[in-house]
Design a protein around this ligand. Structure first.
Ligand code: ZN
Length: 354
């Protein structure tokens, strides 16, 4: 990445962080005042960059929001982004759901000023510390993965002997569902990704996990004041890949061991008898995903397998862009779930051996 490209990406990440902060303060709607200062500051930088390059610029925060919803960054960004840095259809605000997209969340986590994934890591590190043992932490983490959104408080389930101890350790992580997710006083959860969802029209709905609209089914609660959800960072960077991770763990015929750091690093013995570390990722943007994976591998001082859902790994250009973004020394390999669990031979060798 050239210096100019890095500046362009950093500024885009700044806008994404401003949008994420807006979602955290805007309880009733995305577009209400006051706008967070981080978003206003990012807008000022976008306008300055556009004016010095004689490019059209948004006239204020409302226009910036509408451009983020209706246009691809590649079509209006005043600075030159690296070729292919975002997928062709990327938007920062979802046109149907009117919420920050997963792409926006991934960009907000990009670089040393990243906020969202980092917040999830901090919360998990604190939880691991409180738990004391990896086994207890793993049980708490599995609880969070299986219940990112609790529509209704059920004391019989949560205070029963099977989960009471776990619930005591994790209940502080759940926060009330923001008001803007109440549609006609009803809160919805998608049965596919288990995350927050909204019916938008009679025919259209939206869910945070990006499930296929045709097959999307929503559950609802008519007692929205009881609904609780994990913070956005834990919903998108723990619970969303967590669904796939649980399938991977149960599909392996070998024992996996959770490492207490990061979002979900697991050690497992590979079929050839060597120890390897893997992490399941479910991210829309392959290039930022690869850059984060390379950082994680560097911290591990060893090879890291990134396992992605089959559909994602097979989407056009995903694997190519992921591998393109890895530097020569990055000891990272991208595998689909089927490849990792041995259902299908791996398509590529590890990056540094390719
Ligand atoms: Zn969903």
């Amino acid at each position: 990445m050239t210096e100019d490209e890095r500046t362009a990406v950093d500024l885009l990440a700044g806008v994404a962080r401003g949008l994420i902060e807006l979602t955290s303060v805007a309880q009733t709607a995305m577009f209400r005042l006051p706008y967070p200062s981080s978003l206003q500051l990012a807008l000022d930088r976008v306008v300055l960059a556009g004016l010095t390059r004689h490019m059209p610029t948004p006239g204020g925060v409302p226009e910036l929001l509408s451009w983020c919803r209706e246009r691809r960054p590649a079509d209006w960004w005043p600075l030159e982004l690296p070729v292919g840095f975002l997928t062709a259809d990327a938007r920062l605000i979802h046109s149907v759901g009117d919420e920050a997209t997963r792409t926006c969340a991934e960009l907000a986590s990009y670089g040393r000023d990243g906020v969202l994934e980092q917040e999830a890591e901090t919360l998990l590190a604190e939880l691991a510390n409180t738990c004391g043992t990896v086994e207890r932490f793993a049980a708490c983490r599995d609880f969070l993965i299986s219940r990112p959104v609790i529509l209704q408080y059920n004391p019989i389930e949560l205070l029963g002997p099977a989960v009471a101890h776990t619930w005591k350790l994790v209940q502080h992580l759940y926060v009330p569902v923001p008001d803007r997710f109440r549609v006609h006083r009803v809160v919805h959860r998608c049965t596919g990704c288990l995350l927050l969802a909204k019916p938008v029209t009679a025919d259209a709905s939206w869910c945070e996990g990006g499930c296929q609209p045709e097959g999307r089914v929503l559950e609802s609660s008519h007692q929205p004041e009881q609904a609780r959800a994990l913070p956005l960072g834990l919903r998108l960077f723990l619970a969303l890949p967590g669904r796939t991770e649980r399938a991977v763990r149960s599909g392996l015929d070998r024992q996996t061991r959770l490492l207490p750091q990061g979002l979900g690093l697991h050690r497992v013995t590979s079929p050839d008898g060597n120890l390897c570390v893997f992490q399941v990722q479910d991210r829309e943007q392959p290039i930022p995903a690869a850059l984060r994976a390379a950082e994680a591998a560097a911290e591990l001082h060893g090879p890291l397998d990134i396992v992605a859902p089959d559909r994602l790994a097979a989407s056009p250009g995903y694997r190519e862009n992921f591998e393109y973004a890895l530097s020569d020394g990055a000891d990272v390999r991208l595998l689909s779930v089927s490849e990792f669990t041995g259902l299908r031979p791996a398509g590529r060798e590890r990056n540094d051996h390719a």
